[in-house]
Design a protein around this ligand. Structure first.
Ligand code: HEM
Length: 186
């Protein structure tokens, strides 16, 4: 999917640069889920398990002194995945980041990925009734936090060391979804 081309105008600040610099990493992570797109109902448990493993990896890559505005959203998503997978017999897989990740990188991944989930939910709505829909897809929109996050990104100098760190950590974080996909390969 041409995920990155569908977003509205981004301006020329660090938020725009981050999107461009992580585009390949996004597309690799998105490609992991191709089998879910081909067969959403059959691959649902697999999809949810991969999301769960990767989101727990992001949750645990916390730097205690760095605030993450996605924290409540992240906790809520993991709880929803726990609920959705409660009766599924899937192996517990865990993936961990090699290092703690910048709070803003985790915000970017968690809040940004909600944009893609919206697209997936629209597709699923044609296949599942509301009561059949995994609660993961029924999480409230995080649009306001995403907007606030984009403002925060634009306050960062695009060529500074902070920007470098957020970009590197975002790419590393995207890699957790690839790792989780490999770990859950059956
Ligand atoms: C299931 C496969 C995926 C699909 C179909 C998908 C789709 C999309 C789409 C359509 C957008 C753009 C939405 C918009 O601009 O309105 C987007 C953005 C984004 N997605 Fe994905 N995505 C997928 C997987 C992922 C994964 C695994 C991550 C990992 C965290 C992720 C993180 C992001 C981020 C951070 C953005 C924001 C990009 C930006 O504007 O800077 N996506 N995705």
């Amino acid at each position: 999917m041409t995920a990155i081309q569908t977003a509205p105008q981004l301006g020329g600040g660090y938020r725009h640069a981050l999107r461009l610099e992580t585009r390949e990493a996004h597309d690799r992570a998105e490609a992991v889920f191709a089998r879910f797109h081909d067969n959403p109902l059959q691959e649902m448990t697999w999809f949810l398990s991969v999301q769960r493993a990767a989101l727990i990896g992001l949750a645990e890559a916390r730097i205690p002194e760095e605030n993450r505005i996605c924290e409540v959203v992240l906790e809520d998503l993991i709880e929803r995945l726990d609920f959705d997978l409660a009766h599924a017999h899937v192996p517990a897989v865990s993936v961990t980041a090699d290092r703690p990740l910048a709070g803003l990188a985790v915000d970017y991944l968690v809040l940004g990925s909600r944009l893609g989930t919206k697209v997936v939910r629209r597709r699923l709505a044609k296949l599942l009734d509301h009561y059949e829909m995994p609660t993961y897809f029924l999480a409230p929109s995080a649009q306001d936090l995403w907007r606030r996050h984009c403002q925060q990104l634009n306050e960062i100098a695009p060529d500074g060391s902070m920007a470098r760190r957020i970009t590197d950590d975002s790419i590393h974080g995207f890699g957790l979804f690839e790792k989780a996909g490999e770990a859950m390969r059956v």
